[in-house]
Design a protein around this ligand. Structure first.
Ligand code: SME
Length: 157
């Protein structure tokens, strides 16, 4: 992707603001979680021009690849491993400005440069994580965390 296509801090919030009601309309009235997760991935990937967007679902004490958009990815991640497993074990959002500087980062594509992972809670337990990758360094900040969490609130588990 060319640098001029990078989402800048100034237009990021505007894009999320436009996307939120669109995602709300997409998931409203649909009770199937997988269908909604799949549409959220597509809306985020193409609406925000991200490199990879996907969910890893907690299954028998592992994260297992769920709905995603982007290149093929690793299917299972152990607790505490990589960015996803770290967000899961810490129970908090992890933002990585340069994936090569994150110890234990699991590289699914050499094109991925920065990443945000947000754990998703249900009844006090983490049931999945949202993983968003960018092919630019330092793409994610608190604005992404805020808006991605708003989007996640639209999905009924
Ligand atoms: N980089 C992630 C693994 C998933 S891929 O980015 C799609 C991690 O370190 O957990």
């Amino acid at each position: 992707m060319a640098d001029d296509l990078k989402i800048t801090a100034s237009n990021k919030e505007e894009k999320y603001r436009e996307l939120l009601p669109q995602i709300e309309a997409l998931v409203k009235g649909e009770s199937d979680v997988i269908a909604n997760l799949a549409n959220v991935c597509a809306a985020l990937k193409y609406g925000m021009n991200f490199f990879w967007v996907g969910f890893y679902l907690v299954e028998e004490n592992e994260l297992v690849l769920g709905p995603f958009q982007g290149p093929v990815a690793c299917t299972r991640i152990q607790k505490g491993k990589g960015v996803c497993g770290t967000a899961w074990s810490k129970g908090e959002t992890v933002i990585v400005e340069d994936v090569d500087k994150f110890p234990g980062h699991i590289s699914c594509s050499s094109l991925s440069k920065s990443e945000i992972v947000i754990p998703i809670y249900n009844n006090g337990e983490i049931i999945s994580v949202l993983d968003v990758d960018s092919d630019h360094y330092s793409s994610f900040d608190k604005t992404d965390e805020l808006w991605l969490k708003k989007i996640l609130e639209l999905i009924l588990y």
